[in-house]
Structure formats: structure tokens, C-alpha cells
Design a protein around this ligand. Sequence first.
Ligand code: TEU
Ligand code: CA
Length: 556
Amino acid sequence: MDRQWWKNAVVYQIYPRSFKDSNGDGIGDLKGITEKLDYLQNLGVTIIWLSPIYKSPNKDNGYDISDYRDIMTEFGTMADFDEMLSEAHKRGLKIVMDLVVNHSSDQHKWFLESKKSKDNPYRDYYIWKDPVDGHEPTNWGAFFSGSAWQFDETTGQYYLHQFVPEQPDLNWENPKVRDGVFDMMNWWCEKGIDGFRMDVISLISKPEVYEDGPVRPGEKYAFCGNITANGPHVHEYLKEMNQKVLSKYDLVTVGEAAGVTIEEAKKYAGFDSKELNMVFQFEHMDLDSDEHGKWTMKKLYLPDLKENLTKWQKELAGVAWNSLFWDNHDQPRIVSRWGNDSDEYREISAKMLATCLHMMQGTPYVYQGEELGMTNYTFKEISDCDDVEEINIYKDLVTDAKVYTHEEMMNVISAKGRDNARTPMQWDDSENGGFTTGKPWLKVNPNYKKINAAAEVDDPDSVFNYYKKLIALRRENDIIVDGTYELLEAADENLFIYTRSLNGRKLLVVCNFTDKTLDVPKSIEAMTGGEILISNYKEKASSIRPYEATVFDLKA
Ligand code: TEU
Ligand code: CA
């Protein structure tokens, strides 16, 4: 069967700042990544997605790029990049770059020119509007708090920034912007990179008319992401990108698509749509959001998760390709979020969550440290945090609106904040978890003495070696890649049960999301006699144990 190489691959995401520091300045870097390629090869992943490594003033840790063809000073040099790329390729590892082109940094030469005057040749590279009645052109609010418009004295106009003011939105309607981006992408492809993860690509096409959006009760702004997602020309732009760049190389592409629906996903990632290979959808990441968006302590209701993931499994089957993820650099650690990070259950529940995701159809993404069962961090003071989203929301909800007390807010940040994902990778039990010999840029989780790569690589029962098994199973079993998905026991509040079927063979995946011992549902009793493909418990049992995940293999 002629199947694209990324369909049975597993992607590993590296957040370079937190992965491995090679020179003691407390910041992870490219040489650090090169040092750890053997570790990744051992895990069995074949694709590495690097969060941005380009020149950046770091207002949003590299997601604000001031030069797309140069390397962030702290991360090293282009020679270090070339070495990393060639060492990766030697080991059969592909490198996917983060492409952040909804916006640039305000220090990018295009923006520095653009703000000089209304008739500057780069003026239309960004989105400038006159004030309306002395105010912002619209009531749009940015992702990371405040208005999405920033006033600029020099020319008396506002520019649009959906993220922080230092991340001005590029004007994709301008063909020169598109060509500039496509040239840069071709330049990286010629260097031999293997794909792109496209940051907020669903937001690049703005509405035809700039007008106020709906404001939720108690809020000041209309959230811009709801207004700009899946805009009128986004598919046109991506088809053009495909024609001018992507189709010329053998790449894997994934679009980060906040606000994407099934119907939209089929356009972005349809097998025949000549746009991208897959998208990241975020519906399942919002199931524990509530009144204050993600800044809410809401328990996940398992049937919601089952319904949502099942919808994506079934609706994209045969027409488009899913990405599968629990974690990334913007999300809290999954074992703390939907598993159980107590000493008793951390490992077993991390393995359960991995099984639940990795047996589905799509390309799984493992975020650095997830394969060790790394946990959330307890942030006591906002001064312990680095993330601009956390710092701004603290001001909004504690200092200004007084919705939360300091303690409540720190609890929410410790449960949901992005810095949970960004604490340094835990390599061994030496000081700072072996991440750096200097002072780490963000605190290392004190549990590194127990949770670290060195201990897990050598332990056959570790979370690491369990991920390694799952990754190998996908490579070896077509049914995991191509099998038909079916949910069972949809209403069950504790168990996530589904099957995958291909050519008469069937896999039954049974995952217990609780710390209770449960009875085997009648409907699957007959199937649980089968051979076991993988399980996070050693012995068979007649009941379903706490956080058990077992995959039964019912051969044809
Ligand atoms: O994230 C876009 C995005 O949708 C996030 O802002 C998300 O809503 C938020 O992180 C949830 O807390 C991408 C990058 O992944 C993120 O790191 C960047 O900050 C952002 O774009 C701007 O480039
Ligand atoms: Ca360093």
C-alpha cells in the first residue's frame, strides 16, 4: 500500500528553550538538541517539530520573529542548525520547523519600515486603520488580554495585533507579503528541512469588513480569534502556498487551527484539497474551560471527551487526516490534567492516557517530557512565571477585576498555565535535572530527582519504555494506522472504550480514567478473552483496575 511516510510516524515536539542547555547559560539550545538525538532515536519517534528557533526579541518566546532566516542568538548559530539537521538525518529523524507567519515581531525589518510613514513601501505589509471617534477601529480583543489594536504616534493610526502588541499581524491580502513568506519557506526547504507546523494559520485571512464583534457579558472586548478564524481567503492562500512551496518538496505539514470545525478541517487537510496534511484542532482542549475560558477549574466530564474525539475520528476517516495530541507548549501536563499525578498513580495513568490517544487514527504528537510522565509545577508567585499570557491574565483577573484572589489564581495557573509545559526537561537526578549547569531560565520541577530520563530509559516498566512500545506498535501494525474506529459504551462516565477494525482483525481498547476498580461492561465481556497487544498492568484480571489501559487483539 502506497501510504505517506508521516501516517505511521510519531512526532516529538521540542521546546528548544527548555530542552537541553549545552553551554551553561540556563537556556536550552541547538547543540543541546544535537546531544539528545540519540535519546529520541531510542524512543522511536521519526519526526521532530521544533518550536521557533529564529531570531526573536522573545516577547512570546520565539513566536515573535525578527528575522526568519537567522537563528535566535541564545540558541546558537546557523552552523549549529546545519549540524543538528544533518545529525538528525543521519539517524532517520526528520525536522519540522515552526512557521509563524500570521504575525512577525515588531522588530522585523518589514515592520520597522512599515511604521515609518503611510507611504512607505512596506506600509501595506501590516494592517493599519484610522481611529474611529478617537478610539480603536473595532472592539476586538487580543488573545493575551487587552485590545487587538495598538496606536502608533508617528502616523496616527492603529495596527492590528491578535497576540501581544509586539506581534503585529501581517497583511496576507498583500501579494508581496505572501511572496515574501513563500520565498522564505522555499529557502528553508532548500536547506533540507522536512516540513512545517504552521502557527495559528487559521487566523491569517481577516474579514472583508472591520466591524465590532459580540462582547460576552462582563467582558470589554470581542475575542478576535472568533472573528478572524477561517477567514474568507484562507484556503486560497494555502492553495497558493501549496503550489508555490509545499508541492515542490516531500514535506509533512500541520496547521495550528484554533477555531476549526470538522467542515473546515476537511478543507485544510482534505486528501484532495492541496493545502495541508493535517490540522491541530482544539475542541478537546476546551472541554475543561468555563466562565473564564481556560482559567477555570472545571473537571473533565469523560463522555464529553469521548464524544468529541469520536466525532473527529469518524468524520475525518477516509477524507482527511487527524493529528492526535494531549500536550504541547501551550497546554498543562496531561498526567496532572486528566490523569493522576500522585505517587501512586502517576505512571499508570500516564500510560493509560498514552494508550487512549496512540491507538486512535491520525499522527500522534508527543511533547517533550510527556514520555517521562512529567507533571505540572506548583507556581506560588506570579514572579515565578515567565509566560506573557499568565502575567496578563493575572493582572486582568486578580489586580483589575478581582475575580480571583492571589491564591485562587495561582492555583488556576498551576493547573492550566502554559509554563507547566515549559519547565526544563528532566534528564537526570543531578542539579537542575541535568538540564543546565547554570541557572535555568524557568525553575526546574523539584520532582526531577524521581522523574527523569536517565532513570526511565533503563527501567523496562517506565513511562518512557511504554511510549517506546506504543510508537513501535504503530510502525508495525497497519490496523493502528488504517483501522476503522468505533466507540463503545458512549455514556459510561469512567471508561473510554473503542475498537479499531481492519480486514477481520479487531483491537479493543479499554481505558479506565478513574482510580476505582470497575466491572467489565457486559457488552465487551466476550471480547476481553483475546490476546493482549499492550497493557499498563502485567497480569490479566477479571475487573478493570485503576487507570488500567489494555488493548485486546482479536485476530481474524
Ligand atoms: O498559539 C495560538 C493559540 O491559539 C494560543 O494562543 C492558545 O490559545 C493559547 O496558548 C492557549 O493558552 C500559538 C502558539 O502555539 C503560541 O505559543 C503562541 O503564543 C501564539 O500562537 C502566538 O504566536
Ligand atoms: Ca544555552
